[in-house]
Write a protein that binds this ligand. Structure first.
Ligand SMILES: Cc1cc2nc3c(=O)[nH]c(=O)nc-3n(C[C@H](O)[C@H](O)[C@H](O)COP(=O)(O)OP(=O)(O)OC[C@H]3O[C@@H](n4cnc5c(N)ncnc54)[C@H](O)[C@@H]3O)c2cc1C
Length: 239
């Protein structure tokens, strides 16, 4: 079967890999001149299924409002006279309820653990270096952050996921670089089974594996539209 993957971030290149493994003839189209030049270039590279958490969480609405009032806010919100936007916000607020948070977090964890199993199976087959390190340390800068993390920690506890709650000194023992940090953490949580790596490097190596299996990459090509007829996608318009 001929398949086209749109976008050569880690998700697109991994999709191309698994499709080629199943015998598909795969072409990846990417507007940039290489793979992993979008989010996959600058993400944190953390593989933390134990700590994967929905943004819709108890206490999050108040935290986001505080963010929005800061000039360095990581969030931008442009209110519009668009019913769909406000319906989405209303749904999001409903999902911030503790019971909904627990359901959503467990769903995310299931898919995240499955993904990590796939990664480990892939690594057993293709051993290449991508700056991998074991363990994940999350830092809390205030008692408020520690309080906000409690529902997530309860989910970890109930799911039997290994984690340790740490004071500031114990955090510095795991990450000695904290000795030079201007804002010291007040506490942290450490997940020994989680891991991190360089996502861009991983994706570049994965591209080479894909190419060795016959996957074609078309760079500097922007997808403008999907062409559809009879409820089916029939083509991709590019420039
Ligand atoms: C700051 C930050 C930190 C993050 N940290 C983590 C983390 O630690 N762990 C984690 O699991 N996730 C993290 N994420 C989530 C992250 O988005 C994913 O991990 C991953 O990088 C997404 O990969 P992707 O392939 O879906 O997207 P991208 O890497 O963005 O790839 C999409 C590709 O599609 C191309 N493209 C888009 N539109 C077109 C078009 N019209 N035509 C042709 N090409 C197109 C883009 O150029 C790009 O190369 C983080 C996200 C952010 C923003």
């Amino acid at each position: 079967m001929k398949t086209i993957v749109l976008g050569a971030g880690v998700i697109g290149v991994a999709t191309a890999y698994y499709l080629s493994e199943r015998g598909c003839d795969v072409t990846v189209i990417e507007r940039e001149p290489g793979v992993a030049l979008g989010t996959s270039f600058g993400n944190a590279g953390v593989i933390a299924p134990g700590y994967v958490t929905p943004w819709a969480a108890p206490g999050m609405p108040a935290k986001l409002i505080k963010y929005l009032l800061k000039p360095t806010s990581p969030l931008i919100f442009r209110p519009a006279l668009d019913a769909a936007q406000w319906r989405w916000i209303a749904r999001w607020l409903r999902e911030c309820d503790l019971a909904r948070f627990r359901v959503n977090k467990q769903r995310m964890q299931r898919i995240a653990y499955y993904s990590r199993e796939c990664l480990h199976a892939f690594r057993a087959q293709h051993a290449f270096e991508y700056g991998r390190s074991q363990g994940y340390l999350q830092l809390f800068r205030s008692d408020y952050d520690v309080e906000l993390a409690q529902p997530a920690l309860n989910v970890l506890r109930d799911a039997g996921i290994a984690y340790r709650e740490l004071d500031a000194d114990a955090c510095a023992q795991i990450e000695p670089g904290l000795a030079w940090s201007r804002v010291k953490p007040v506490a942290g949580v450490y997940l020994p089974d989680d891991e991190a790596g360089d996502c861009a490097r991983f994706t570049r190596e994965l591209r080479a594996v894909c190419e060795s299996r016959g996957v074609k990459f078309v760079f500097d090509t922007e997808v403008l539209a999907l062409e559809a007829a009879g409820g089916k996608v029939t083509g991709v318009r590019v420039r």
